[in-house]
Design a protein around this ligand. Structure first.
Ligand code: ADP
Ligand code: MG
Length: 463
């Protein structure tokens, strides 16, 4: 997919009138499967256009809707979606969007599918759908569901830049059975006050607005999104319709609003700071549904008839320009209060996580501090051990020195020198003297013992 504006082209069959008046088809569908369509401009010139999908006159409503469906259903996922039908009058806009009772178009099929999915998802989601139908004619907004239909309504912008029409009928739809009647009420109201129903309906933009409020019961997410189904006014050239008076006035309004639409889309594509939404009621209404945050589909209806060739070329050129526009990714329309809640929840979750991280870091720091202390003590202990080792080494070195000194002395003892030979007699003299003293002492002691024995004998004798 190129960009987020998809463009599909659908060519209607030649009508009975055209066939009976032998009008030829100027459109070639050989490249339709590759999204290509070729138009014969003159006998020698052909022009090829490329789209996201090309539908031939043989394709029916079901085939077209199968490709429109994914876009429609994304509104239930919270995206703003805009589907336009663009054509020259008589090419099949009403047929494509409204269809017939037996062959219903995009409007009905979209709502039918929305209700089908709403039922399928009822376990998880709560949806609230409402439908409004309005018409923009000569830059005046008319509520097509009001009785009597109210004219010239105003557009107001909410604080979140979403547009709304104060006072517009907001029909709450509970199931698909109510839908066809509501759509018919809108369609019938369009004809009121007009002499020629088909002429009037092709000179105004008919806009069906489906508002979807959703609540996801699992995660509490609330979204508020919109689906616009827009049947644009006919794009035929003024010369062709030979417009005069009121018709000329209508055509001017139509051209102005269609070029406003082109202007807005180009400004969005160029990411201009100013997007001229207010240049027309059509674009002002679609302010929050036409832009980078939404998804858009342009359905271009063309006539194959050679008599409509110039209008067909004009429609195809307009549509193929849109196809090159890239608006960036679409964004979910989460409810602002809900968004704030979600943001707050995310923030407090982040704060809690940060607090936990901080706590972890603190306890880790404490552990590190203890480890550091332990290590310091270990270092001290090792230093002490190193010191005592060094000390014992010094001591052992000293001892070693001492021992080696003694060893030397011993060696010297075993090899007596001249000095030693001289010293020896002196040694002997000392030893002899000591022995002599001991001997004397023994004699002295023996003498003492004998004296005492003598004294004892004398004492006994005298007694
Ligand atoms: P518009 O709304 O663009 O003026 P209509 O939707 O009224 O044109 O279509 C004009 C006629 O062509 C109608 O009779 C319609 O039934 C018929 N028609 C348009 N598109 C198709 C189509 N794809 N297949 C069969 N008939 C079509
Ligand atoms: Mg019509």
């Amino acid at each position: 997919m190129r960009g987020n504006i998809r463009v599909f082209c659908w060519c209607r069959p030649l009508s009975k009138d055209e066939t009976s008046s032998s009008k030829k088809s100027v459109v070639d569908f050989n490249g339709a499967n590759d999204g290509e369509i070729m138009v014969t401009v003159t006998e020698t010139t052909k022009k090829t256009f490329k789209f996201d999908r090309v539908f031939t006159p043989k394709d029916g409503q079901g085939v077209i809707y199968a490709d429109v469906s994914p876009l429609v259903t994304s509104v239930l996922d919270g995206y703003n979606v805009c589907i336009f039908a663009y054509r020259q009058t008589g090419s099949g806009n009403t047929f494509t969007m409204e269809g017939t009772k037996r062959d219903r178009g995009v409007n009905y099929k979209s709502l039918e599918e929305l209700f089908k999915i709403v039922n399928e998802r009822e376990v998880t989601y709560k949806y609230d759908l409402s439908v409004s139908i309005l018409e923009v004619y000569n830059e005046q907004i008319r509520d097509l569901l009001a009785t009597p239909s109210s004219k010239n309504l105003e557009i107001k912008l909410d604080r979140d830049k979403s547009s709304h029409v104060p006072g517009i009928t907001d029909a709450k739809v509970k199931d698909i059975n109510e839908v066809w009647n509501i759509l018919q009420t809108g369609s019938n109201a369009r004809a009121v006050g007009s002499n020629n129903v088909n002429t009037h309906s092709s000179r105004s933009h008919c806009m069906i607005f489906i508002k979807v409020r959703a609540k996801n019961d699992l995660n509490g997410e609330c979204t508020s999104s919109k689906l616009w189904l827009v049947d644009l006014a006919g794009s035929e050239r003024l010369t062709k319709t030979d417009a005069q008076g009121e018709q000329l006035n209508e055509a001017k309004y139509i051209n102005r609003s269609l070029s406003a639409l082109r202007g807005v889309i180009s400004a969005l594509a160029m990411e201009n700071s100013h997007i001229p939404y207010r240049n027309s009621k059509l674009t002002y209404l679609l302010q929050d549904s036409l832009g980078g945050n939404s998804k858009a589909l342009m359905l271009v209806q063309i006539s194959p008839s050679e008599s409509d060739a110039s209008e067909t070329l004009m429609s195809l050129s307009f549509a193929s320009c849109l196809r090159h526009i890239e608006l960036g990714p679409a964004k979910k329309q989460v409810h602002s209060a809900q968004l704030q809640n979600t943001r707050q929840m995310k923030l407090s979750r982040k704060v809690r996580k940060l607090e936990k991280d901080l706590q972890n870091l603190k306890s880790k720091a404490k552990g590190d501090e203890q480890l550091c202390k332990d290590l310091q003590e270990k270092v001290k202990e090792l230093e002490g051990r190193l010191d005592s080792k060094a000390h014992s080494q010094i001591t052992s070195e000293k001892q070693q020195r001492l021992l080696s000194g003694k060893l030397k002395e011993k060696e010297q003892e075993h090899q007596p020198s001249i000095v030693e030979q001289k010293v020896t007699p002196i040694g002997f003299t000392i030893f002899d003297s000591a022995m002599w003293i001991v001997f004397c002492y023994c004699l002295f002691c023996q003498n003492k013992v004998l004296e005492r024995k003598l004294k004892e004998q004398e004492h006994q004798r005298s007694a």
